[in-house]
Design a protein around this ligand. Structure first.
Ligand SMILES: [Zn+2]
Length: 113
């Protein structure tokens, strides 16, 4: 999967931030991760340990904030949490919805030492 490239980017972002703040060590990193992003947290943790070697991120705690999927019905605009394979609107029974949330992948916050 693309966890490798994404995690490399996360380490780069956090390392740049730490350098800008003149911090020598990052205590923790909080990542927002939508359930539709297709990213496996365990893989990110694994690559994070690898890429953080020799950077201020080394030894930092990695926290994940999972964001649930939210869909908006194209029929009645009702927002609901869609099933994995069926996005039928629970309000009006219409099948056809747009993703409102759940594809996020972002560095939400970092804690520096
Ligand atoms: Zn609807």
């Amino acid at each position: 999967m693309h966890e490798l490239a994404i995690t490399e980017e996360v380490v780069r972002i956090v390392t740049d931030k730490a350098a800008a703040m003149k911090a020598s060590r990052v205590a923790s990193v909080e990542l927002v991760l939508g359930v539709l992003s297709g990213i496996v947290p365990d893989s990110v943790s694994f690559y994070f340990e690898h890429f953080s070697q020799g950077t201020p991120c080394q030894g930092a705690r990695l926290d994940f904030v999972r964001v649930s999927a939210v869909a908006r019905c194209r029929g009645c605009q009702h927002q609901f949490e869609p099933g994995e394979f069926d996005w039928t609107c629970p309000e009006c029974g219409h099948l056809g919805a747009d993703i409102v949330a759940g594809k996020e992948l972002a560095v939400a916050s970092i804690e520096l030492e």
